[in-house]
Design a protein around this ligand. Sequence first.
Ligand code: GLC
Length: 649
Amino acid sequence: MYDYLLHQKIKSALLKFRVGKEEDDLSFYSRLIANASTIKSLYDELYRQHPAAVPQFDLLIETLTSAHKKRKPALKKTDAIKAEKGNWFLSNEITGMSLYVDQFCGNLTNLGEKLDYFDTLGVNFLHLMPLFESPAGESDGGYAVADFRKINPRFGTLDDLIVVQQKMSTAGMYLMTDIVLNHTSRLQEWAMKAKEGDKHYQDYFYMFDDRTMPDIFEQTMPDIFPETAAGNFTYVPECHKWVMTVFHNYQWDLNFSNPAVLVEMLDIVLFYANLGVDVLRIDAPAFIWKEPGTTCQNLPKAHTLLRLLKQCVQVASPGMALLGEAIVAPKEIMQYFGTGNFVAKECDFAYNATQMALQWDALATGDTRVMLAAQHELLKKPYGTSWLTYTRCHDDIGLGYDDYMIQQAGFDPYQHRKFLKDFYSGNTPGSTATGALFSVNPKTQDARISGTLASLCGLEKAIANNNENEISTAINRIIVMQAASFFIGGLPMLFYGDEVGYTNDYSYLSNPAKSYDNRWMHRPIIDWDKNSKAEVEGTIEHRIFSATQQMISLRKKLPVLADYSNLTWLSPYNIHVAGFLRQVEDNRLFCFFNFKNEVMYVDWQVVKEKGNPPVMLYDHWNKKDYIVGRDKEYLIVEPYSFCLLEAVK
Ligand code: GLC
């Protein structure tokens, strides 16, 4: 229905910011008009009842208009190029790396000097871990933000970031940064004002005079960090109130049921967009809406809020894609891509955390059946959206897939998870892994896993044992793990250090700001002497680096690996080998990954079940031709190895 009042509002906002004649203004204007009704109805769904709904909506429209005005011509040009490409982020030519600027190279200026390193590896997308000001002693790796617009001086300045972004863009690289929407540091300006008793800012948080509401919330809210930050509320003596703190007690949850919070945060989202961010990682989106009587996670209104943000970003900075960092159960994750009329109109990306954890499951057990049992859920990802695929990131590994998936594979869920936790924390005889349990819940014995890719794959123990065979096996495990995440579809995101096999770094234990959080063991401080060994043939660093490099370059060469939702799982003729087909038209790539330390045999029948049986296959990884054998003849896959077999036409 035509909404006269809404369009009058838009007109006055356009007039106020003198948006009108330029070509890009017209594009903005068209986008705004096209999306305005949806924005309004999503907004109304959340805020219709709020006393400040109307003035805050006016502000929202002005925020969009003013962000457009501030967007640099170069970024508007990139927006147009990306729009023309359509779904630019599904490409097989993008490979990412996630890194802490300080731990990687000190500061942003140095990062600008390291672009050659990424180029050599083939990485053309950087996720710079939180850059904005965060108090040194209570920063949660930068996820407790004290100033959303000021770069942490340890990293440099906003101008330094702009310089890096420009250098990256000139080099054809993409930038991802975080927006920490769910909470602020207790030392952030709004929190400080709230503490001083300012009612306006107290409404930016969930603050209560006594324990009545906190106790009601606590009945249904789980603990996120049960060991180090039990409970979801913290007493603030300065104002004699309880504030909601779902994560650490120094991270105050923002109250998005107040539209002023939405508009403030939208302004920050667009501020980041205007710095040239290509993908914005929305931290912890599962938590952004709270209601008593619920877990306060994955609530329908959290999705409404994300859709609203997506629509706004589409209007003001259409070149910026959104990644929802929801590390949730397989069924829940699909919701973040949007449902109903909003399919593929919520988050463009989500972490494929389920697949990541399932790879670790398969590696520990040498059995891929649980992985397979989860795929019918993961395959529901809508066309036009994509995964971030990974083996490790800065966080812990959670075993959050459903019990029925474990049962379907014939295991007991409790015992199976216990085995995995014991295996990766090195508590099982014969375990090759060196990791640790993170956030053990004393009530449920639930726990996640910390440790670097290399240590969890056995490299730390192998080096300690000075055993060349074990070292080779560990390297093979690392490579097969990376390969499985590189070729499954989505944007592969390396974690810095993994490309040269960093093992756990225990120095965090002597730093009181970090020692309470063992995730720091897998966030290494880069030693560039070690990294330079990547150039020396035969070194561990070289073996891992060059394999990673080759996988990246292979992926870039094969368009069938772009994420066109073109993944089909193959019959599990051998439970130790995961196999899937990537196909676009008559281009077919059969991919097999052996998760066991034994040679495996896969019946050739497997490649004959999908379309015309191929006669010849070319293995892009092992650079080998195969003539497809008869049934009951076998493809041989070496221990912890993989092959990428293209059907020769
Ligand atoms: C996200 C981050 C994690 C952080 C949490 C709270 O999950 O990845 O590192 O601790 O949010 O901000």
